[in-house]
Design a protein around this ligand. Structure first.
Ligand SMILES: NC(=O)c1ccc[n+]([C@@H]2O[C@H](COP(=O)([O-])OP(=O)(O)OC[C@H]3O[C@@H](n4cnc5c(N)ncnc54)[C@H](OP(=O)(O)O)[C@@H]3O)[C@@H](O)[C@H]2O)c1
Length: 428
């Protein structure tokens, strides 16, 4: 039954899982269970979408109405692994209203709806775990939530998207062009169904939102978080980074400033050889957490793919057996966290047409910034407020301009109160 206590779970034999979605991650999770019979987890029902798709299991294993699983009281755990964030929210929120135990990997759904999901979890006594939603196989969320529950964190940074990292590695190591490298990442199953989510950094933005909640107790709506991607990256950018002894990586940066406010952003960044991110290649992810007393710690692991992600899903399912739930220790009503507002970012931007670079500098309020040029064509560098980049993000992307950070996030004296506003919005 869905409301079993940890003790009941232990007593009643293999956990009966309702698996919703049998794509890359669903199949990875299923395959791991086949190889680990001692895990005592059995997939009792599987729901998918398309009745006509060829499947690796007999047709009678599949059904096409996920709601039937959500409402099946004989299932102990629902594992939601579909590629549709809206439908996933409908299914997961219905399950939580019924007090069910749910495991999901759907970071887009979680990032958009975290306050509402937390309320449902608390109100109806169910459980929601989602380790697989951030950094694939790396157990980052539970570590932040449990191990660092009391100790203040100063920063959590990460390469959180295996597909864009794979593309950047192929371009740097093999000299592949962007389209070829992306095609390769898709063929290997690392990319989301919609590659824009990966390449324009919407996917790591969702993950940064989840990190902000667990590491700092900040509930930030994803649209308030700057995400710059690599859709416009070219060989000229890779060569520029190399000429500086650096590499381009898409880095999520969540940090507490001296004012106490927290900033959250995801952008390409030029990283030097002494950065732990410099050697995170291909589909790997890397996360660095800097704790007030423990100092910096770095984890590296597979960030995507059926087995690595399925392994994190299984860890959550087994954690349910032990009665685990996230504590959200930093998310306390009396400890309102502010979103930092007035960051300044050092950036590099490039486009093959000098006039377009000039146009971008006007947009960003950098008319005086000196244009430079190298063998790859014109580029510019300068310091820009985060809010300006947020305002022009879509135009920069549409115009084919590549933008990367060249240094650390600076200054954040101003901030806004967010959690109570977000909670009020989602309660409405
Ligand atoms: N791929 C990764 O490496 C990775 C890593 C971390 C997290 N994730 C997350 O894990 C989730 C699944 O990703 P994926 O790569 O496994 O996706 P996928 O390969 O595209 O598979 C999606 C699965 O969901 C099923 N589905 C879609 N809508 C459904 C519905 N309404 N009812 C029942 N089933 C439905 C599809 O059914 P059909 O088979 O009939 O099409 C398919 O089996 C996503 O939230 C993704 O963001 C993925």
């Amino acid at each position: 039954m869905s409301r079993l206590s940890p003790t009941d779970f232990a007593a009643h034999g293999p956990l009966r899982v309702g698996l919703i979605g049998f794509g890359c991650v669903g199949q990875g999770f299923y395959d791991i269970l086949e190889q680990l019979p001692n895990a005592e987890v059995s997939v009792a029902r599987i729901a998918v979408k398309s009745p006509t798709k060829a499947r690796p299991l007999p047709a009678e294993r599949f059904e096409f109405n996920a709601d039937a699983l959500v409402h099946d009281p004989t299932l102990d755990v629902l594992v939601e692994l579909i590629d549709d964030a809206e439908e996933a929210f409908r299914l997961v929120s219905t399950a939580l209203r019924l007090g069910r135990h749910v495991v999901t990997a759907n970071k887009a759904m979680l990032a958009r709806n975290l306050p509402a999901l937390l309320r449902l979890e608390r109100k109806h006594g169910g459980t929601l775990l989602y380790e697989a939603a951030v950094a694939g196989s790396i157990p980052v969320l539970r570590t932040l939530d449990a191990h660092f529950g009391a100790e203040p964190l100063l920063a959590v940074r990460g390469i959180l998207n295996g597909s864009s990292n794979y593309v950047l590695s192929c371009m740097a190591e093999q000299g592949s062009d962007y389209a070829t490298a992306l095609h390769e990442a898709q063929a290997l199953g690392f990319a989301e169904t919609d590659p824009t989510l990966d390449m324009a950094a919407f996917d790591p933005r969702s993950k940064a939102v989840l990190l902000a909640a667990h590491a700092f107790g900040l509930l930030v709506p994803p649209e308030r978080v700057l995400n710059l991607g690599i859709e416009n990256v070219t060989a000229a950018d890779i060569a520029f980074a190399r000429s500086q002894g650096q590499k381009i990586k898409v880095v999520a940066d969540v940090r507490r400033h001296r004012s106490g406010a927290v900033s959250v952003l995801v952008t390409p960044q030029l990283v030097a050889a002494d950065s732990p991110f410099y050697t995170v290649e291909r589909e790997a992810n890397g996360v660095e957490a800097t704790a007030a007393f423990g100092g910096p710690q770095f984890w590296r692991g597979a960030g995507a793919g059926g087995h690595p992600t399925g392994s994190a899903v299984l860890a959550d399912v087994l954690a349910l057996r032990r009665g685990c739930r996230y504590r959200y220790a930093k998310l306390r009503p009396e400890a309102e966290v502010r979103l930092a507002q007035n960051l300044e970012l050092n950036i590099y931007l490039r486009h093959p047409d000098e006039a377009v670079v000039g146009e971008a500098l006007d947009w960003l309020g950098l008319p005086g910034a000196a244009l430079a040029a190298d063998a790859g064509g014109p580029y510019a560098t300068g310091t820009v407020p985060l809010t300006t980049l947020l305002a022009w993000r879509d135009d920069l992307r549409a115009r084919g301009i590549f933008v990367a950070r060249t240094g650390e996030v600076r200054k954040a004296a101003q901030s806004i109160l967010l959690n109570s506003a977000v909670a009020a919005e989602t309660a409405a």
